[in-house]
Design a protein. Structure first.
Length: 444
């Protein structure tokens, strides 16, 4: 999926807020507030199968008092890009709380509401205490179809065999997130489940599939340099990173403490009184297999860990810094005829190790995030999801450049990033998009 190549319009912020409609089953009246909405923020996250949002509007008609907000009001939002051929994006939210109210003057009051997408709100009303027997992806599809009639698009095959599980008094969102945490691909890379602003289906996708897709803007990277921000060329403006934040990163100390660098793991079989034990080495068990099998990481020359880091002459990844013991199997579903594993049980030591690999890769993926703010023009055509779970190419200037012949690109902060979370910021005067982006390694 590539970004459109046509010229940007005079305003790169062009969008229309077609509808923000508040209604409630308990009231006969409805309130259309799109013309008095000053701020609308919509949030996506790669580990949340629902959207959240906040809206601020100016109340000069006594809407807040007249509708007597108690929470649970329905809010229908319709947004459309002014780009030719764009489709309307419609999402339904429910009020979770009143964020704040503030008097501007005697006639006007600013009202702020916190919202959650309909599937997230409905989920809070449902309790699941039910058994399932299948693969991770299939169980997730069953739960979402049974409770919401939602379609799930799966990208990548989950490796785990059929298992038995009883969902223990969880709501549907909690249940599918719990099942998702068990799923890995054949290399042990994790799965994520998420909802996007564009599109109605829920995505259940492997990290491997997302890392190996091409960047949406390979030929038109978003760039950060001072001259771009004042350029008269609208297309350069359109691809300019307005601001960025790169902070609280590279916390290797915490990853060592979490047992995802070098550790000893023991899984206990309480039925047979046996143990499955192994030492986890993040280089040997996680990064080297990725380098061998993942086309994306073959191009990555610098990983987020280096085995040249040592203590007393031993690489940190070879030190058993933590000893972690868990119950892996109890034989609870062993009938003597059919022996299905339970949620935490695996039949092979390598499969137990995949759990650790999955957790380690997730931790290292989020070790060095960068947050950037860009113009939102290219992201809301309404034809396909172009944000969460996709890859974006960004470029930063290397501050060490001293002559025109030197490499201008900063290899640490530049590269192809996976969009991990977003904040769509619709305001009266413009539309900006904040992107939280992650990657494994640098293109040095």
């Amino acid at each position: 999926m590539d970004f459109p190549q046509e010229k940007a319009p005079e305003s790169v912020d062009a969008f229309v807020l077609e509808q923000v409609l508040i209604e409630s089953d308990r009231l006969p009246v409805k309130a259309a507030i799109q013309n008095v909405t000053t701020d609308l923020d919509i949030y996506e996250h790669i580990d949340k199968p629902y959207l959240t949002a906040s809206v601020i509007f100016i109340d000069a008609e006594g809407i807040f008092t007249g509708m007597d907000f108690i929470g649970g009001e329905k809010v229908t939002i319709k947004i459309k890009s002014t780009r030719k051929g764009s489709a309307v994006i419609q999402k339904i939210f429910y009020v979770t709380s009143v964020m704040n109210t503030k008097k501007i003057n005697d006639q006007n009051e600013a009202i702020g509401l916190n919202l959650i997408e309909d599937i997230g709100y409905y989920s809070n009303l449902i309790n699941i205490n039910k058994s399932y027997s299948d693969r991770c992806g299939t169980i997730i599809k069953k739960i979402l179809n049974e409770n919401f009639g939602k379609k799930v698009t799966q990208v990548g095959l989950d490796y785990q065999q059929i298992f038995n599980v009883i969902v223990p008094n969880l709501n549907p969102i909690e249940a599918i997130s719990w099942i998702k945490n068990k799923a890995t691909d054949t290399e042990g890379l994790p799965f994520y489940i998420f909802s996007s602003l564009v599109g109605d289906d829920i995505k259940f996708a492997s990290l491997s599939s997302m890392l190996n897709q091409p960047s949406m803007n390979s030929n038109l990277p978003f760039s950060y340099w001072q001259s771009a921000s004042v350029s008269p060329d609208r297309d350069i403006q359109r691809r300019t990173i307005q601001s960025y934040e790169y902070s609280n990163t590279e916390n290797l100390f915490e990853l060592i403490r979490d047992g995802v660098v070098g550790s000893e793991y023991t899984y206990i079989d309480t039925l047979n009184g046996t143990q499955t034990a192994f030492q986890f080495d993040v280089m040997k068990d996680a990064f080297e297999p990725m380098l061998n099998k993942q086309s994306n990481t073959k191009r990555t020359k610098s990983l987020p860990f280096d085995d040249k880091l040592t203590f007393d002459g031993i690489s940190l990844n070879q030190l058993p810094s933590r000893s972690i013991t868990q119950v892996g199997s109890s034989g609870v579903y062993n009938s003597g005829i059919i022996d299905y594993p339970s949620y935490s049980e695996e039949k092979d030591p390598q499969n137990y190790k995949k759990k650790v690999v999955s957790r380690a890769i997730h931790k290292f993926l989020t070790k060095s995030p960068i947050s950037i703010v860009v113009y939102g023009y290219d992201f809301i055509d309404g034809d396909a999801n172009k944000t969460i779970g996709n890859k974006l190419r960004v470029e930063f200037i290397n501050t060490a450049v001293h002559s025109k012949d030197e490499q201008r690109k900063d290899p640490k902060r530049s590269g192809d990033y996976l969009i991990y979370a977003t904040r769509h910021m619709f305001k009266k005067e413009r539309y900006d998009l904040a992107l939280n982006c992650v990657k494994i390694g640098n293109d040095r």
